[in-house]
Design a protein around this ligand. Structure first.
Ligand code: ZN
Length: 350
């Protein structure tokens, strides 16, 4: 080979290696199954004719969920570890162990010019969504958490929790404030379909949204609409956090059938996210949990069916699983701490 052709080959090789190393995620979708451990997902898999979209995701890691002062965490400290990259004390929202505010990946994405979204089936001021957009020492400060939505860091947010905005102790009507900030505020699915802009507040219930069998496909439709609005004419990309919130609440109740419904809905939403990511090619999808709830085990009932057994009505300390697809997903492997999820996602995010 001539010297020049060797040089050309070497250059081409170098370029392709750099291109591979630089493959970054323009968009990031994080889907959190609150309280969703290995047994909850496997139960959902069995109930769904031995199929889960989540199980098709190529990369996995185990995540240890303890917080700074407890072996068994809550959704505040668990959500904050994922959202902000630091373990903190129980009930903390977007603050470190000394109650100092720390930026979330959603806020960092916003600072980088990306669009952002939060979709949940609980109250939009509940611990998990709050960890991505608020900074308070205690998750119970829900009216204070609602005020953080007026900082314009979240372009589209939908879920329950209307009463945090219009039935407040301070008498303020934050729904008017949201409208003044340019939000289209909607209260049901039809109004959501009629929205036109990329700034939407959907408050579909006073508290939590109803269970899957009553609420139908509203979350799946909200996710589809949100993905298309976040992606519309958008060069810089987006960050979206979706939570299957009520897997946790039904596991607290040890209500197996209702929990299966929530898992079914959550897994369908993962499918919608994966379909988007496969078409797009520049989207990282991460599915994880903040902790396990209920200490669920699955026993044999002697007839090839499952016999669920719960060991608690609270959370447990067993690790949860992270599933990932897309640019940067290969960095999820082994056994990590929950707050390392943040580092891996930030490394992947363009
Ligand atoms: Zn819980």
């Amino acid at each position: 080979m001539k010297k020049t052709s060797v040089l050309v080959v070497a250059l081409a090789l170098l370029m392709s290696v750099t291109a591979f190393a630089q493959k970054k995620a323009k968009n990031v979708i994080v889907l959190i199954g609150d309280g969703t451990g290995l047994a909850q997902l496997y139960a959902g898999y069995e109930a769904n004719n031995h199929f889960l979209n989540i199980y098709t995701m190529p990369h996995t890691a185990l995540s240890k969920t303890s917080c700074t002062n407890k072996r068994v965490t809550d959704s505040g400290a668990g959500g904050t570890a994922i959202a902000c990259g630091q373990k903190t004390h129980e009930y903390a929202i977007g603050v470190d162990a000394n109650d100092k505010p720390i930026n979330s990946m959603l806020e960092i994405a916003k600072q980088r010019g990306k669009r952002t979204g939060i979709l949940v089936s609980c109250d939009v001021c509940h611990a998990t969504p709050a960890s991505f957009m608020a900074h308070v020492p205690n998750r119970n400060m829900m009216e204070e958490i609602a005020e953080f939505y007026l900082q314009d860091n979240v372009d589209i947010f939908m879920g329950g929790g209307k009463k945090r905005f219009d039935q407040r102790k301070d008498g303020r009507n934050l729904i008017d404030s949201l409208k003044n900030h340019g939000y289209e505020v909607v209260f049901n699915e039809q109004e959501m379909f009629n929205t036109k802009t990329q700034k939407i507040a959907g408050l579909f219930a006073e508290n939590y949204m109803p269970l899957f069998k009553e609420r139908g496909n509203i979350l799946q439709n909200a996710l589809t609409l949100t993905l298309s609005r976040l992606n519309q004419n958008n060069k810089k990309g987006f960050f979206l956090m979706f939570e299957g919130s009520q897997i946790d609440s039904k596991a607290h109740d040890n209500d197996y059938e209702a929990m299966l419904g929530e898992i079914k809905d959550f897994d369908e939403c993962v499918r919608i996210a994966l379909d988007f990511a496969k078409k797009d090619g520049n989207t990282l999808v991460v599915v994880t949990a903040d902790h396990e709830t209920g200490g669920l085990t699955i026993n044999d009932d002697g007839k090839a069916g499952t016999m669920p057994k719960w060991s608690t009505g609270w959370h447990t300390g067993v690790p949860v699983i992270i599933y990932a697809y897309g640019p940067g997903s290969e960095n999820f492997h082994g056994v990590i701490e929950n707050n390392e999820t943040f580092d891996i996602i930030m490394k992947a995010m363009k």
